[in-house]
Design a protein around this ligand. Structure first.
Ligand code: NI
Length: 178
């Protein structure tokens, strides 16, 4: 078990474009260790997604773990523990929806963000096998949030007005039912 430190907004790594993971590294001990550490760090954090740059590793790797049967989110489509290597997102249509987002690298805050709601992702799994997956609803938002980290973006970049950014406690008290 190796829980790594999650870097926070202001750390320069969060604002850099991460590098593609070289094909030769897939299946190697370095990637295996990175994925173990990311899984441990995500489980320890209580979050649902983690991108490698958030532990100061500037590679295009992310994991998402939205538990099956969770009642925390209203989406009926969930992403069980999945590793995404060198993912590419394609927006399938112009329908958008908004959700209150939070981020392990921006602790204590929530912001309302609108994003495309139907996307396709092409990626490699941890064995290097090309995969493709279509996602909609909250799952589509989660995956766009995580992959933004690979391009040096944070969810706050998408908030349309500062009034839609707030502390988590006040969000829970006044806005969570929205
Ligand atoms: Ni985040």
């Amino acid at each position: 078990m190796s829980v790594r430190k999650i870097i926070r907004m202001g750390h320069p790594t969060l604002r850099q474009r991460a590098q593609e993971l070289p094909a030769k590294d897939i299946g190697g001990p370095g990637l295996h260790q990175l994925l173990e550490d990311m899984a441990d760090t995500l489980a320890d954090s209580g979050g649902i997604g983690l991108a490698a740059p958030q532990i100061d590793v500037p590679l295009r790797v992310a994991i998402i773990d939205m538990p099956q049967g969770s009642t925390r989110y209203d989406s009926d489509e969930r992403i069980p523990h999945t590793v995404f290597i060198n993912p590419v997102i394609t927006v399938l249509d112009d329908e958008e929806a908004g959700y209150w987002e939070g981020c392990l690298s921006v602790p204590g805050l929530r912001g309302f963000v609108q994003r495309p709601q139907h996307v396709r992702v092409d990626y490699l799994d941890q064995a290097g096998v090309p995969r493709q997956r279509a996602l909609s609803g909250f799952s589509a938002t989660v995956i766009q949030h995580e992959f933004d980290h690979l391009d040096g973006r944070l969810y706050i970049d998408h908030i349309k007005t500062p009034e839609l950014l707030m502390f988590e406690e006040e969000w829970l008290e006044y806005h969570a039912a929205r």
